[in-house]
Each structure stands twice: as C-alpha cells, then as structure tokens.
Design a protein around this ligand. Structure first.
Ligand SMILES: CC(C)(COP(=O)(O)OP(=O)(O)OC[C@H]1O[C@@H](n2cnc3c(N)ncnc32)[C@H](O)[C@@H]1OP(=O)(O)O)[C@@H](O)C(=O)NCCC(=O)NCCS
Length: 251
C-alpha cells in the first residue's frame, strides 16, 4: 500500500523553535524515491525549511531529488552498545565524581560544545551555526539540571575539569538501559586516558544501579569516539544515514 506522505511527516516543535524556522522529520525510513518526493512535497505544504530523514545506511536517493530539494547527507549516525558480561573489573576512580544537580559551569559548557564539533548540525553549514553550537550548551545545562540526564560525571585534576560524560536511564522492553548523551575531554588533556576512565566510570555507575547495558550515538566520521567506545567494550550496533533537505520551500 503506498505511504500517505502526510503520515510520513512530523513537524518538530523544539527544533523549529530552536532553529527559528519550521523543521520536520520524515518518519518512515524505508520510502522509495516516489514516496520520498511525496513526503518532501507534504513538507513543502507545511512550509518546512529543514527536513531530516533517517534512512538505512545504504540508501542513496536519486541525485535529481537531492538537487531539487536541497538534499545532503548530514551524517552516518552510528550507535554503539555495551552489554555487561559480569567479568567487569572497574575499580573506583577518585578523580571522577558526579556533578551536583543544578546549573552547568563554563567549563562544562565548553566541553559540551566540543562534544558537538562533528555533529550533523555543525558539519552542515546551512544550519544557523550559532544555534547549532547553543544546542549543545542547552543539552549540558538541561543534563546538569536533571532534565536530560540522570547523572553528569566529571573528571577533575587539581581542581580543573578535564572531561565529562552524561548518562540517562531509559526503560526499554521492561529493562533499564543507560544512554551516554554527551562525552568530551578537554583538548589539552586528550590522549592521556581520561576518555576511557570516563567510559569506565559510566559503566561502574550503571552496574552500581544494576543496569547491565548502555548505548551511545556518534558520527561515523568521529574516529576518536568510535575507537574509544570499542576500547571500552562497546560494539557497533547500527549505522543510519541522516539526510538533510534544507531551504527548498522558496524555490
Ligand atoms: C573522543 C574523546 C572523548 C576521547 O578522549 P581521550 O581522553 O582523548 O581518549 P583516551 O586517551 O582515553 O583514549 C582511549 C581510546 O580512545 C581511542 N582514541 C582516543 N583518541 C583517538 C584518536 N584521536 N584517534 C583514534 N582513536 C582514539 C583509542 O582507542 C584510545 O585507546 P588507546 O590509547 O589504547 O589506543 C576525545 O577525543 C574528545 O573529547 N573528542 C571531542 C568530543 C567528542 O567528539 N565526543 C564524542 C561525541 S559523540
């Protein structure tokens, strides 16, 4: 049965407010080119200026569609997952602790901006870049306040914050899973093991709460992050293509 293009489209209130223009998402990952055009035309009727489409990694829309609707690949969104084996040996780390619930600090906001450097919003310059940066500041602020995370772990040496990781607990199929939202190490402290120590601290934090699994999403181009997750025992779970269609309503 053909997909009703209006049903394959969802307007995104938060993104629309944040980016200052109507933003929509195509909700069906498996549209053929004809149905994709239908969804994009439905978006045009809604005056969407930005449309996201999460599709299988191998999906390549017709170049003419991309040309006509301002389509570009935003990201190879890459999900890693970890399942505890029971053989974990994760001793406590005195340099890593939990950030008290409340506002974020300037150092944490800077680390959050670092975490967003390779995001699809930063790499696609058609997005208002100031807004793409503040997205990550809002994310850490809301994480520290407990709205977008259950814990923010902070690595400190001699009173200076060198890294952070945020953890949210999700209920999935009656099981609790951890999700790392943001993770970053200060540029001056990279390559010294802080990233791996933060990952281990996340795993320990989860195991202490009897949570045996965790996921983290990154970009395939973020080699350092991908390697770090694998080094911490995470396995590649999923790669999706995220397409951006931008600005086509004015044509
Ligand atoms: C990803 C990041 C957190 C790694 O932190 P780090 O403290 O430098 O990492 P570590 O020193 O603990 O390294 C641990 C492992 O990560 C991998 N790794 C770290 N940096 C790497 C790099 N530049 N290239 C490839 N692998 C890298 C390695 O496997 C390394 O293990 P090894 O040294 O035994 O080979 C850091 O590069 C960073 O903050 N990047 C910017 C923010 C970001 O992109 N966050 C992820 C958002 S999804």
């Amino acid at each position: 049965m053909p997909t009703d293009p209006h049903h394959a489209l969802r307007m995104l209130d938060w993104d629309s407010r944040h980016f200052g223009c109507p933003v929509a998402s195509i909700t069906d990952a498996n549209l053929d080119d004809i149905a994709l055009v239908g969804a994009l035309e439905a978006a045009r009727l809604q005056e969407a200026r930005i449309v996201y489409w999460h599709a299988p990694a191998s999906r390549q829309p017709d170049p003419q569609i991309l040309e006509r609707y301002g389509g570009q690949l935003g990201d190879h969104k890459t999900t890693y997952s970890w399942q505890a084996t029971g053989a974990e040996n994760l001793p406590a780390d005195a340099d890593i602790g939990e950030w008290p619930r409340g506002p974020a600090s300037a150092e944490l906001r800077e680390l959050a901006r670092e975490a967003g450097t390779l995001s699809r919003f930063r790499r696609d310059e058609r997005f208002p870049q100031d807004r793409s940066i503040t997205l990550y500041e809002i994310w850490i602020e809301r994480s520290c306040r407990g709205e977008m995370a259950d814990a923010v772990l902070v690595a400190k040496a001699e009173g200076t914050i060198l890294g952070m990781a945020t953890i949210a607990i999700r209920e999935e199929h009656a099981a609790r899973t951890g999700q790392i939202g943001l993770i970053a190490v200060a540029q001056s402290a990279r390559g010294q093991g802080w990233g791996l120590r933060l990952m281990h601290a996340v795993q320990r934090w989860l195991l202490e709460r009897e949570i045996q699994a965790c996921t983290v999403i990154t970009q395939r181009v973020n080699t350092a992050a991908c390697q770090l997750y694998q080094r911490a025992g995470f396995a590649l779970a999923k790669v999706e293509s995220v397409w951006h269609f931008v600005g086509f309503v004015k044509r």
